[in-house]
Design a protein around this ligand. Structure first.
Ligand SMILES: *[C@@H]1O[C@H](CO)[C@@H](O)[C@H](O)[C@H]1NC(C)=O
Ligand SMILES: *[C@@H]1O[C@H](CO)[C@@H](O)[C@H](O)[C@H]1NC(C)=O
Ligand SMILES: *[C@@H]1O[C@H](CO)[C@@H](O)[C@H](O)[C@H]1NC(C)=O
Length: 282
């Protein structure tokens, strides 16, 4: 064999051997994909009943979790008990969202809130944000929870699993311009206790006039207009300071239901709300 022929053979082999290798890698990949498709990984908080489950039907939910055939998933029920800790600030019905870490935050302190936060904080109107969250793939459920009755604890029932471990809730303090209470993506676990401050949505100036406050401190029909000049960012609420006490130039609609300017009895100190979580109804 000449030097040239052996060089030629080596060159041909190098080419063929390489491409053969490439083909076999390709085949393995395809087989691998096919294998994965045949497998059905049991979803969060469940385990396989058989060695090779092909469907959710062959998975079993872990203790304390219930099957949801429609969503092919296992969920746990958790009860949130909301305590209103204030003297004279009732809460409006709550926006309730169960979600994962990718869902947008309800708010970032120091930044403007999303569109729709003002509606909750100024009027207790959850419609817009409830809709926005219900359209989001990172959200398990989004609904409007029960009102927290005066002088009692309100209980909100939610579903969760380890794919959706966080909850956001929000409601208005109704004797205010734009005060709200919230859990802002709180981890859900049995025994959790969250003491929360009141927040100012930053969408309305705190003029403390009944023409701009919807709550029972004001007579029905006095209106709930939005003031100009909101602060522009979410911050810890400065409280209800009774800034109009002593004024004699207020219109009838601007006065409280008792005919006086709204006073500092509607004020509070933080925390204003306690949320306790439990696996069992309390
Ligand atoms: C609440 O907000 C929605 C949408 O933002 C609006 O269409 C609706 O009229 C509001 N509800 C009330 C009672 O004002
Ligand atoms: C909650 O709000 C109401 C006003 O509706 C108030 O009377 C009550 O004292 C507050 N606190 C508790 C613990 O319910
Ligand atoms: C509300 O819940 C707290 C703590 O769970 C409890 O101490 C309090 O008695 C409850 N209040 C009412 C009126 O049920």
């Amino acid at each position: 064999m000449t030097k040239f022929t052996s060089f030629l053979l080596i060159a041909i082999c190098a080419f063929l051997c390489n491409s053969a290798q490439a083909t076999s890698t390709g085949k393995e990949l395809l087989q691998g994909e096919a294998r994965e498709l045949a497998w059905y990984d049991c979803p969060a908080n469940s385990e396989a009943k058989r060695r090779r489950p092909r469907r959710f039907a062959h998975c079993r939910c872990m203790q304390g979790f219930e099957r949801d055939e429609e969503r092919e998933a296992c969920f746990r029920t958790v009860y949130l008990t909301v305590n209103n800790l204030s003297y004279m600030q009732p809460f409006s019905p709550f926006l309730v969202v169960v979600h994962n870490h990718y869902a947008p935050k309800l708010f970032v302190p120091g930044m403007p809130g999303p569109e729709g936060l003002g509606a909750i904080a100024e009027a207790g109107n959850t419609t817009m944000l409830e809709h926005v969250y219900s359209m989001d793939d990172n959200v398990l459920e989004s609904f409007v929870g029960t009102n927290v009755p005066a002088n009692a604890n309100g209980t909100i029932e939610i579903r969760m699993n380890s794919d959706y471990p966080l909850v956001t809730i929000a409601a208005m303090c109704v004797n205010s311009n734009d005060c709200f209470v919230a859990l802002n993506g709180a981890p859900i676990y049995n025994g959790a206790m969250y003491y929360e401050p009141a927040w100012d949505a930053g969408t309305e100036m705190n003029n403390e006039l009944c023409t701009h406050v919807p709550g029972p401190a004001c007579a029905a029909g006095t209106g709930n207009a939005r003031t100009e000049m909101g602060e522009g960012f979410v911050h810890v609420h400065r409280g209800f300071q009774g800034i109009n006490v002593g004024r004699t130039d207020l219109t009838e609609d601007e006065l409280g239901a008792n005919g006086e300017p709204l006073g500092s009895m509607y004020d509070w100190r933080n925390p204003i709300m306690l949320v306790s979580m439990s696996d069992a109804m309390m």
